[in-house]
Design a protein around this ligand. Structure first.
Ligand code: SIN
Ligand code: FE2
Length: 212
């Protein structure tokens, strides 16, 4: 494994971590998940404005967004079925790279069509911020933007390429981050232009205590 780049303490980029074969196997795993748990359109709390990114999940818990708010729940919002199991390759990745001794609970699948983006936000719907968030990029390259703990802190950007794994942990667990844009046609991994991002999360504190 090449050493990770660390643009901020706790923000670690493992560039090219997954080789092409591993990426292809993961895409097949995700296609199987999506056959059971189709992509849904998340919506902003209150306004109900749709996100441009479509989402699904696997694992005991999945992240959803609708007029009522942001939350984790065990059931798909459209089908009402439990989320499919997390593919073993992702469980292995969590065990290798998270440095966190408790199991992964949620894998959010973000699907970016060529014109999709994700505004700056903080991942803070989890009760346990001791666990990092691990993010896997598949398909077209994107421009990833990150800032600091406070909205309005200066931001910088770098590209995330298919096969890259980004770890947001430690002092970078609660930084603002988002995706400015996708660069369509930069990868041949997916059959259509676009990007899939997987974020692996621990949601509950292992002692069962309420978070925050
Ligand atoms: C996210 O913050 O949920 C997604 C980040 C990404 O798509 O790289
Ligand atoms: Fe995020």
């Amino acid at each position: 494994m090449a050493n990770a780049l660390e643009p901020l303490p706790g923000l670690k980029l493992h560039a090219g971590y997954l080789d092409r074969d591993a990426q292809q196997r993961l895409v097949a795993d995700i296609r199987a998940v999506l056959a059971d748990a189709p992509l849904f359109t998340p919506r902003m709390p209150r306004s109900g404005k749709p996100f441009s990114v479509r989402m699904s999940n696997c694992g005991p818990l999945g992240w959803v967004a609708d007029k009522a708010g942001y939350r984790y729940q065990p059931l798909h919002p459209d089908t009402g079925a439990p989320w499919p199991a997390i593919p073993p390759a992702l469980t292995d990745l969590w065990e290798t790279l998270s440095g966190y001794p408790h199991p992964l609970q949620a894998c959010l699948i973000n699907h970016y069509a060529p014109d999709a983006r994700m505004g700056l936000h903080v991942d803070r719907d989890e009760a346990d911020f001791d666990a990092p968030v691990l993010s896997v990029s598949l398909g077209d390259t994107c421009v990833f933007r990150f800032g600091g703990d406070t909205r309005g802190d200066p931001t910088r950007s770098f590209k995330l390429v298919s096969g890259d794994v980004l770890v947001m942990g430690g002092a970078a667990r609660l930084i603002h981050h988002g995706v400015d844009r996708i660069l369509p046609g930069t990868s041949t991994l997916l059959s259509q232009p676009g990007r899939i991002n997987l974020t692996l999360r621990r949601v509950d504190r292992p002692d069962g205590a309420a978070g925050r």
